[in-house]
Design a protein around this ligand. Structure first.
Ligand code: SF4
Ligand SMILES: [Zn+2]
Ligand SMILES: [Zn+2]
Length: 310
């Protein structure tokens, strides 16, 4: 079995949790050496703890899980399926097809088959049917310097809202992990979007991120040891924005100062809590689509009109 990098350096040893099996994972920031089962249980436990800590899901809630076909979202679906019985809630899966030729097809197939295997109802919606254009069309039409990911991410947020409403599910669970949260925070700081910091509070009633306190590397390892299939081919636009550089920079810091990502997240959450009230005060109703936003016109309506304007 392939071991995680940190573990390689400390050598083979028994699990520090159960003392029964050989450890396969070294969690450097906590000093734990974990076997396959104890590692998997720790991820399940951490996800349940995040859900209950922020009161993300209540009994009998209907949770639409956003499943892209990538590792994080399939692991999220797998774990929510496991804990839905204990916490007593319902789940259905939603996949958004952005319309990226040569990339999305494989992910759709993996998502479809995985939902079938878990016996979870699966719904697919596309940008084409919702916004009358694929992401490829939008990128061809864009006139200003909007990045592929900012167009795609904005459209996806709205697509998920529409999809969840369409299946009568009121909570949307996404697989954003701790690394994603840190990257988003830094991007908001760089672009001066400080009013968005308050929106990063994990206590939203309809948009939840059960992996928000889990390292990306641990989700990858969970997918690997639990043999969860996922699309390994990255999106062709993945490295166009600044996010990849921020990810690499934070990973270098973590390597030298283990646990720094956890510390960063705690600071972000404190800041988000303090600015939440200000962000809430700035909430308005979009004049075009009537959704909540921070300007007269929401970012989705604004973006669609910028793209489609001739
Ligand atoms: S990497 Fe960017 S363009 Fe590709 S699917 Fe993700 S958000 Fe969309
Ligand atoms: Zn163990
Ligand atoms: Zn709008």
């Amino acid at each position: 079995m392939k071991l995680n990098d940190s573990y390689d350096r400390v050598g083979r040893n028994e699990c520090s949790k159960c003392s029964l099996r050989a450890a396969v994972f070294f969690r450097k920031y906590s000093g734990e050496k974990l076997c396959k089962d104890c590692f998997s249980n720790s991820i399940l436990h951490k996800t349940s703890k995040t859900i209950t800590k922020y009161n993300m899901i209540k009994r009998n809630n209907n949770v639409a899980v956003a499943v892209s076909g990538g590792k994080d979202s399939l692991v999220l679906l797998h774990i929510l399926n496991e804990i839905s019985q204990k916490l007593d809630f319902n789940i259905k899966a939603i996949t958004i097809d952005e319309g990226i030729k040569g990339y999305r097809e494989e992910a759709l197939k993996i998502a479809r088959e995985f939902c079938k295997q878990l016996n979870i109802e699966h719904h697919i919606y596309s940008y084409k049917e919702l916004f009358k254009l694929t992401l490829d069309d939008a990128l061809d039409l864009r006139k200003s310097k909007m990045s592929s990911c900012s167009i795609c991410g904005t459209l996806r947020r709205r697509a998920l809202d529409i999809a969840a409403k369409d299946i009568n599910y009121d909570i949307i669970a996404t697989a954003h992990n701790l690394d994603d949260q840190i990257q988003t925070f830094i991007i908001n700081m760089i672009s001066g979007n400080i009013n968005k910091i308050g929106f990063m509070c994990p206590d939203s009633t309809t948009k939840i991120k059960p992996f928000s306190e889990i390292y990306e590397s641990e989700i990858v390892f969970f997918a690997y040891i639990n043999k969860i299939p996922f699309q390994s081919e990255p999106c062709p636009h993945m490295n166009e924005g600044i996010r990849t550089q921020i990810r690499e920079f934070v990973n270098v810091l973590e390597k030298e100062h283990s646990g720094i990502k956890n510390n960063l997240l705690q600071s972000i959450l404190k800041l988000a809590n303090r600015t939440k009230q200000l962000s809430d005060q700035e909430k308005k109703i979009c004049k075009t689509c009537k959704n909540l936003c921070s300007n007269d016109i929401c970012s989705v309506c604004n973006m669609i009109s910028r793209i489609t304007k001739t």
